[in-house]
Design a protein around this ligand. Structure first.
Ligand code: AVI
Length: 329
C-alpha cells in the first residue's frame, strides 16, 4: 500500500491567541528590572520566513551542522530505534532536515509522523516538504509542544514505540533549569523503549557566536525587530522601529548568546490592545531571546537529570554541534 501524501491537520483548541499575546507582552514589559518578550513570539509568518534565511547565512552554521549530522548518520540513528515506531517532532519548522531520518526509518517499516507546531504555516510547509515520502503518514498538530506530545502518545498503537525529535538546538532557547524541567515533563509522557533525539549547539569562540547572531546583512536584526513590528500589527502599538536597534551579547555566566532590542533614545510607546503606555530610557533594552551553548559532555548529565540515558552522540566537526540520542530505560 502506498501511503504517499497522506496528511491530516489537527487544529489548536486554545484561547484567543491575540489575548494571550497581549497578556504575555504586558507581563514582560511591565516587569521590574529587565523588560522581556518571550522568544516564541519571534515566529509569526514574517519571523519564520526570516529564520529560514538566517539558517542559510554563512555566519550561522547551526542549521547546516544539524542537517549534515542527520544526513550522515541517519541509518545509524535509525538502527538505534527498532520498529514499529511513531515519530513526533517538536517544532518541525519546514521539516527539511527531518527528511533523512524519516527516510531511513521508512526503509523497513511504515511510520506515522506527527509534527507538532504552533505555526499552521510551518505545518503546511512541512507537509509540502515531506508529503512525498513513501510509507509514511503525516498528522500535524497545531499545539504547544507538550500538549501535542501528550496527544500523540495517547494515539500510539500497542507495541509501538515513540521517537521524539527536538532538533536545531531549540532546547538552547530555554535557560538551563527550564530545559531540564521541560525534558522531565517530556520523560513523564514517555515509556521505556521510547527515545528522544536532541540537537544541542556546542560552545565555540565568542566572536564566532556573536557573528552568528549579528550578521552583516542584518537578517537577524530584522528577525529581532519584527517582534516590535508584530506588536504594532497585532496589538495596534506605535513602536517606531528606527528608534530601536538589535544587540547580540554573550552572557558568560549563563553561557548563552542573548538578543536584545535597545532603545536609541528616551521615548514612550503605547500598546492599546495590551492596555499599556510605557517609557523607555535611552540604551534600555528588551531581552528577547537566549541561545544557550553546551559542552560536549553536558547532554549526558542533562539526560540523567531528566530521567533519560544518553545512549549515543554524534558531533559535527565543522560547526561544533551534537545530536544526542536519549533513551527511556
Ligand atoms: C531556533 N533557535 C535554536 C535559534 C537559535 O539559534 O537560538 C533562533 C535564532 N535566533 C537568532 N538566530 C537564530
Amino acid at each position: 500500500m502506498n501511503h504517499k501524501g497522506h496528511f491530516m491537520l489537527t487544529h489548536a483548541i486554545t484561547a484567543d491567541p491575540v489575548l494571550e499575546f497581549a497578556a504575555d507582552v504586558r507581563a514582560g514589559l511591565t516587569r521590574s528590572g529587565q523588560k522581556e518578550l518571550l522568544s516564541k513570539y519571534l515566529y509569526d509568518d514574517v519571523g519564520s520566513a526570516l529564520f529560514e534565511v538566517i539558517s542559510v547565512l554563512p555566519q550561522y552554521g547551526l542549521t547546516r551542522a544539524d542537517e549534515r549530522l542527520l544526513r550522515r548518520h541517519a541509518d545509524e540513528i535509525a538502527g538505534h530505534v527498532p520498529g514499529p515506531v511513531a515519530v513526533a517532532e517538536l517544532g518541525s519548522g519546514s521539516g527539511k532536515k527531518t527528511r533523512w531520518i524519516l527516510k531511513a526509518l521508512c526503509r523497513c517499516q511504515h511510520i506515522s509522523y506527527f509534527p507538532i507546531e504552533i505555526s499552521p504555516t510551518a505545518l503546511a510547509m512541512c507537509q509540502r516538504e515531506l508529503g512525498d515520502i513513501e510509507s509514511m503518514s503525516i498528522v500535524g498538530f497545531e499545539r504547544e509542544y507538550l500538549d501535542g506530545l501528550r496527544e500523540v502518545a495517547a494515539r500510539r498503537r500497542d507495541g509501538q514505540s515513540l521517537l521524539v525529535l527536538f532538533l536545531g538546538s531549540t532546547i538552547g532557547n530555554f535557560d538551563r533549569p527550564a530545559a531540564t524541567g521541560f525534558l522531565r515533563k517530556m520523560r513523564r509522557i514517555l515509556r521505556p523503549g521510547d527515545s528522544l533525539l536532541l540537537g544541542t549547539d556546542l560552545e565555540k569562540p565568542i566572536p564566532q557566536l556573536l557573528a552568528a547572531y549579528d550578521d552583516p546583512l542584518g537578517v537577524t536584526a530584522a528577525f529581532n525587530l519584527n517582534l516590535l513590528a508584530r506588536i504594532n500589527r497585532e496589538l495596534d502599538a506605535d513602536f517606531i522601529l528606527e528608534q530601536f536597534e538589535h544587540v547580540a551579547r554573550f552572557n558568560p555566566e549563563a553561557r548563552s548568546v542573548e538578543m536584545h532590542l535597545r532603545s536609541k533614545t528616551n521615548q514612550s510607546v503605547t500598546i492599546p490592545r495590551a492596555g499599556l503606555t510605557l517609557s523607555f530610557r535611552e540604551a534600555e533594552t528588551i531581552w528577547t531571546e537566549s541561545s544557550h551553548k553546551y559542552s560536549r559532555s553536558e547532554p549526558f548529565q542533562i539526560a540523567r537529570d531528566a530521567g533519560f540515558f544518553c545512549k549515543a552522540q554524534w558531533i559535527d566537526q565543522e560547526w561544533p554541534f551534537a545530536e544526542n540520542l536519549f533513551v527511556v530505560e
